[in-house]
Design a protein around this ligand. Structure first.
Ligand code: NDP
Length: 265
């Protein structure tokens, strides 16, 4: 099996040949790890981003290099789409319907944080986080389910956060969205259970990404001390959990939450 990125020395031994995966926010951080892992596993990947063109370009370059060295069966398409805007999500799905025979897997990964204590949090920061982390998941999941019904098969994996359970100070907006994803996923899983569709949440703890790079060294150290494994997780460690749940054999796992946090909560 070929490896997507140099230094990406994780081979998961999954095979998603012939399957189509939509990953929101798959050009950086955890989403990038998920994109690489599905490509390694021969899936056709459609991934979105918001506005970071250089991250998009470097993903496409990485993919071209991989294809020239050791081609994978899967295709990659990277699409600019603000998933917090319902109209843009509708356009995205129209494009998918016209370009691909089917959709089997949706990974709702795009997420932002706008940290501040509630007393000083602006309404804009509240709504921006709710729109991206929660409303977007409704827009994409609704259309994914309609598409999945055609084949009576589908996998939805929502990227939550242990912050949804722990409620870190300064993250009320973020924690509220991540807690809400659990309720949303449980309800949806019950609605679609008989249709061969599963819906689950993967909850990362502290993962080495731009998300945590912004923290001061002092804060990073204190967070590491909170983690029983005493380190931050790697993007491929989250991707592994996602691919497990996305696998066709994960057919009896639905409405649940899988924590990838080094034992944090
Ligand atoms: P990053 O900030 O590294 O990457 C976020 C990705 O989402 C980027 O590709 C970004 O695009 C995209 N994105 C952001 N907003 C939108 C939008 N409105 N529409 C489409 N794409 C968007 O995030 P992480 O990898 O750190 O986090 C990914 C997920 O994991 C999030 O849901 C986060 O809450 C969760 N998580 C992360 C943890 C961590 O420690 N990193 C811990 C727990 C949970 P662009 O590059 O164009 O900005």
């Amino acid at each position: 099996m070929s490896n997507f990125a140099s230094g990406f020395n994780f081979d998961f031994d999954f095979d998603f040949s012939g399957q189509h995966v939509l990953i929101t926010g798959g050009t950086r951080g955890i989403g990038l790890g998920i994109t690489r892992s599905f490509i390694n596993a021969n899936a056709n990947v459609i991934t979105t981003y918001l506005n970071n063109e250089s991250a998009k370009d470097s993903l496409l370059l990485e993919y071209e290099q991989l294809q020239s060295q050791s081609p994978t069966k899967g295709k990659l398409e990277v699409i600019k789409c603000d998933v917090s805007k319902e109209e843009e999500v509708k356009n995205l799905y129209s494009h998918l319907e016209n370009s691909y025979p089917s959709l089997e897997i949706l990974i709702n990964n795009a997420g932002i944080k706008r940290d501040s204590i509630v007393g000083t949090m602006s309404s804009d920061n509240w709504h921006e986080v709710i729109n991206t982390n929660l409303n977007a998941v409704f827009y994409t999941s609704k259309l994914a389910v309609l598409s999945f019904l055609k084949n009576r098969y589908g996998r939805i994996i929502n990227i939550g956060s242990v912050g949804g359970k722990l409620g870190l100070a300064g993250q009320a907006n973020y924690s509220a969205t991540k807690a809400a994803l659990i309720g949303f996923s449980k309800s949806l899983s019950k609605e679609v259970a008989k249709k061969g569709i599963t819906v689950n949440v993967v909850e990362p703890g502290f993962i080495d990404t731009d998300f945590v790079a912004e923290l001061s060294n002092e804060l990073k150290e204190s967070y590491k001390q909170m983690v029983p494994l005493r380190r931050f997780g790697k993007i491929e460690e989250v991707a592994y959990a996602v691919l497990c749940l996305a696998n066709k054999n994960a057919s009896y796992i639905t409405g649940t939450t899988l924590e990838v946090s080094g034992g944090l909560s």
